[in-house]
Ligand binder design. Structure first.
Ligand SMILES: Nc1ncnc2c1ncn2[C@@H]1O[C@H](COP(=O)(O)OP(=O)(O)OP(=O)(O)O)[C@@H](O)[C@H]1O
Length: 391
């Protein structure tokens, strides 16, 4: 038996070619797998949302294992900064859509796999239609609106959602499946305030880490298909690379969960950006912003102001905007007295969220003439001065 009803129904089906028998031989000789299990893998349809750090090992291993159909959703293109961890993508594919690059890598590895590409963002408008054709959904994305969207779509369609996330040296993984255990909303009923949880682009990530968490997701997916072992349903696996420690937390289904509880209030997909407070007037107007073009005009002009770089010294060593004074966010409280509330202050970081936090600290301290540089030093490099390296 598989954990997946549809996969059970299709077995037994067509046999394997000699090429497939040789390819999957190390599976076939395991009594827990055999030809029967390999047939389940061949009949299985898995959707990977995101072909980045987590999606890379996931897709490579699922393709190698002989999962018959892999759906892949991503809207992004391959960036040179992806290659440190997104091992699906190659240097030669920088600038190409990740979907194209992923198809190439999967088919090079195992041409028997059918790849169904969706070169689009998964959104409320397309999620149910895309997900409905799959037995297992794997969330390899990096943002809260998409995590709630994948969760809700899986709950509404009754699909398992193999979840993973990573940050710096730590990762987590679990299997959300409302029919058998908790869902993402049972664990995280409310999204964090926008900007409060730094992204990997802002805070960094050890390149090897998604390899491990993505592979945990791949193993859980294969277990669900084969009906083997104990799936991570109701268990959150936490991994700390520095301590080389795995811990596990029991997760409980919340009877009051708005989507999988006993009296669900959510019956269809909602606006997840709004739910997560992204793009709302409150979030956007939180701190006044200045564009890089305006900053350039100011730097070239006569009006005096203070330009403050709130990045940490190891980041300042990589790239600078000339004339900026460095006060890292981690020292901001102690060093706020170095700033003059009578002067205009422009703050920046790598992408914007940390300097927005510093702006709020200044407002709380009574400063009024404070602005955040939209897009941070990354935008400065892209739009004003390409000699400043991007990292
Ligand atoms: N709603 C969505 N629909 C489709 N793909 C998504 C969605 N949200 C995120 N993704 C994709 O999920 C992947 C997440 O992977 P990861 O965080 O490793 O990559 P990244 O976004 O390229 O990284 P970074 O932000 O550090 O540059 C990305 O390829 C991203 O495009």
């Amino acid at each position: 038996m598989s954990y997946l009803p549809r996969v059970n129904k299709v077995f037994p089906a067509a046999g394997f070619t000699h090429e497939e028998i040789r390819r999957y031989g190390r599976h076939l000789i395991m009594p827990e797998v055999t030809l029967e299990g390999q047939q389940k893998l061949k009949a299985a349809r898995v959707l990977a949302v995101g072909t980045g750090g987590l999606g890379s090992p996931l897709l490579l291993y699922l393709a190698a294992a002989g999962v018959g159909r892999l759906g892949i959703v991503d809207f992004d293109t391959v960036d040179d900064s992806n290659l440190q961890r997104q091992v699906l993508h190659k240097t030669r594919n920088i600038g190409k859509p990740k979907i194209e690059s992923a198809i190439e890598a999967i088919q090079e590895l195992n041409p028997n796999v059918e790849v169904v590409p969706y070169q689009t963002a998964l959104r409320s408008e397309n999620a149910l239609e895309i997900l409905q054709d799959y037995d297992v959904v794997v969330d390899g994305t990096d943002n809260f609106p998409t995590r709630y969207l994948v969760n809700d779509a899986c709950v509404l369609l009754g699909k398992p959602n193999v979840y993973g996330s990573i940050f710096r040296f730590e990762g987590q993984a679990t299997v959300f499946w409302a029919e058998r255990g908790p869902c993402y909303r049972c664990l995280y009923p409310e999204p964090p305030d926008p900007g409060m949880v730094p992204s990997c682009a802002e805070g960094g990530v050890l390149g090897v880490l998604p390899g491990l968490i993505g592979m945990v997701q791949a193993i859980e997916t294969v277990k669900l298909i084969l009906g083997l072992g104990d799936p991570l349903i109701g268990r959150l696996l936490l991994f700390d690379a520095l301590g080389m420690e795995f811990r596990e937390f029991r997760l409980r289904k919340d009877p009051g969960c708005p989507i999988c509880g006993s009296a669900p209030s959510i019956q269809s997909l909602v606006d997840y950006e709004a739910f997560c407070g992204i793009g709302t007037p409150a979030a956007a107007d939180d701190v006044p912003e200045i564009t890089v073009q305006e900053l350039k005009r100011r730097l070239d002009g006569a009006v005096e102001f203070d330009l403050i770089d709130v990045r940490e010294p190891h980041e300042v060593a990589i790239a600078q905007i000339p004339g900026a004074k460095v006060i890292p966010l981690s020292q901001f409280h102690q060093r706020i007295h170095e700033l003059d509330s009578a002067r205009e202050v422009v703050l920046f970081c790598k992408l914007g969220p940390r300097s927005a936090k510093a702006c709020r600290l200044l407002f709380d301290a009574g400063f009024r003439k404070v602005q955040n540089l939209a897009g941070g030093i990354e935008a400065w490099s892209l739009e004003i001065d390409p000699s400043v390296p991007r990292y």
